[in-house]
Design a protein around this ligand. Structure first.
Ligand code: PMP
Length: 348
C-alpha cells in the first residue's frame, strides 16, 4: 500500500451531522420519490436468497447495461455506487507520483479518493462563471497526469461542458491520459448542446463514462453505479474491485429500474419543472444564479455561507454547505421545495 498513515490521518473522516427533528433533507441530491412498485417487488423477491453471495460478475446487470448502451459487456464495470467505480478508476490508473486532475469545485470525493490511492490531486479552478476551465486543464497536464475527471453537469455548480468544448478538449489531451466523464446528473441535463459521454466513448480510445443509479433511478440506498470504459480499463476495474461489491438486491433493482426508464423519466420531468420554478423564485428574490442542469441549485453565499446555512437549519431545511463558498440545495418534491423557498426567504 502506497499511502502513509499520517496522510490518512490528514483526511476528513465522516461525521454524522446534528439531527434536526422534522427537517427535510436536501443535501445529497437524492430522488424525492419513493421506489417504484415494480422495483420494490423485485427487491422483496430477493428476500428468499440473500443468505447467498451475489453473482460476483453481476453478469445479468452487465449484459443489460451493454444492451442498453449498445456496447460490449467487456466494456462495462459495475461497483457499489459510482463513487466506488471512481475509486477503482483511480486505483487502476494512478499510483504514487501520478497526478489525477479535476475541476474545483467539483464532486468532493475526487481529491479524497486520489489521496487514498497515494496519487496527487490536481484541482483546476472553475472559471469566474463556475464552468470547467478546459484551457487551464490542458495547460496543467504533465507527463505524470494519468486521469482527468470531467463532471458534467458539475456537482455542485450545475454547469455543463458542451459537445464542442469536449471535442476541442479531447483533441488536446494526450491519448495516454484517461478522461472520465462523470454523468451522475445527466438525466437532469436537458440542454441539447451538452456532452453525451457515450458519443465520446465511441469515438475516443481514452474516454470512459461514469453513471449512477443513485439519482434519476432513485436507488441511492442500494449502492450501484458503473463505468463504460475501454475494455483494457474495464478489465482493470474488475481486477481492483472489492469482491461481491454489488449486492443481489442492488443488481436486481438496477435491472428493474432499466426496465422502468420511461416511468422514471416522468419523475425526472417533474423535477425539471420544479427546478425551473425554484430558480425563478430565487432570481425574483434577488439571488444571482447561473443555470443549473443538475437536480440541485448552487447558491453562491461566500463568507455568509455558515450564516445562511444556520437559518435554513433553523427552518428545518438541511442543505449542503461548503464553507466560504456556497450552498448546494437539492430539488425535492414540490412541498419540500416550498419549505426551502420559505426558509431562504428569511435570509434576505
Ligand atoms: N459522481 C458525482 C458527480 C456525484 O455527485 C455523486 C454522488 N453525490 C457520485 C458520483 C456518486 O454517486 P453514487 O456513489 O451514489 O453512485
Amino acid at each position: 500500500m502506497v499511502y502513509q498513515r499520517s496522510a490518512v490521518e490528514a483526511l476528513p473522516a465522516y461525521v454524522q451531522g446534528k439531527s434536526i427533528p422534522d427537517a427535510i433533507k436536501l443535501s445529497s441530491n437524492e430522488n424525492p420519490y419513493p421506489p417504484l412498485e415494480s422495483v420494490a417487488e423485485v427487491v422483496r423477491e430477493c428476500a428468499t436468497s440473500f443468505h447467498l453471495y451475489p453473482d460476483m460478475s453481476a453478469a445479468g446487470l452487465v449484459a443489460r447495461l451493454a444492451e442498453r448502451w449498445n456496447v460490449r459487456p467487456e466494456e462495462v464495470a459495475v461497483g457499489s455506487g459510482s463513487v466506488e467505480v471512481a475509486s477503482q478508476l483511480i486505483h487502476a490508473s494512478a499510483g504514487e507520483g501520478d497526478e489525477v486532475m479535476f475541476a474545483w469545485r467539483s464532486f468532493e470525493a475526487y481529491p479524497i479518493l486520489v489521496q487514498v490511492a497515494g496519487a496527487t490531486p490536481v484541482p483546476v479552478p472553475l472559471t469566474a462563471d463556475d464552468r470547467h476551465d478546459l484551457d487551464a486543464m490542458v495547460a496543467a497536464i504533465t507527463d505524470r497526469t494519468r486521469l482527468i475527471f470531467i463532471c458534467t453537469p458539475n456537482n455542485p455548480t450545475g454547469s455543463v461542458v458542451t459537445r464542442a468544448e469536449m471535442q476541442n478538449f479531447l483533441d488536446r489531451v494526450p491519448k495516454e491520459v484517461l478522461v472520465v466523464i462523470d454523468e451522475a446528473y445527466s438525466h437532469f441535463d436537458d440542454d441539447p448542446e451538452s456532452v453525451d459521454g457515450l458519443e465520446f466513448f465511441r469515438s475516443h480510445p481514452n474516454v470512459a463514462v461514469l453513471h449512477t443509479f443513485s439519482k434519476a433511478y432513485g436507488l441511492a440506498g442500494l449502492r450501484v453505479g458503473y463505468a463504460i470504459a475501454p475494455e483494457r480499463v474495464a478489465t482493470n476495474l474488475r481486477r481492483v474491485a472489492v469482491p461481491f461489491g454489488v449486492s443481489t438486491l442492488a443488481q436486481a433493482a438496477a435491472i428493474a429500474s432499466l426496465d422502468a426508464e420511461s416511468e422514471l423519466q416522468e419523475r425526472v420531468d417533474v423535477i425539471l419543472g420544479e427546478r425551473t420554478r425554484v430558480v425563478a423564485k430565487l432570481r425574483d428574490s434577488g439571488w444571482q444564479l447561473h443555470d443549473s442542469l443538475g437536480n440541485f441549485v448552487w447558491l453562491r453565499t461566500g463568507s455568509a455561507t455558515a450564516e445562511v446555512d444556520a437559518i435554513l437549519r433553523e427552518h428545518g431545511v438541511v442543505a449542503r454547505a461548503f464553507l466560504g463558498d456556497g450552498i448546494r440545495v437539492t430539488i425535492g418534491s414540490p412541498e419540500m421545495n416550498d419549505r426551502f423557498l420559505a426558509a431562504i426567504g428569511n435570509t434576505a
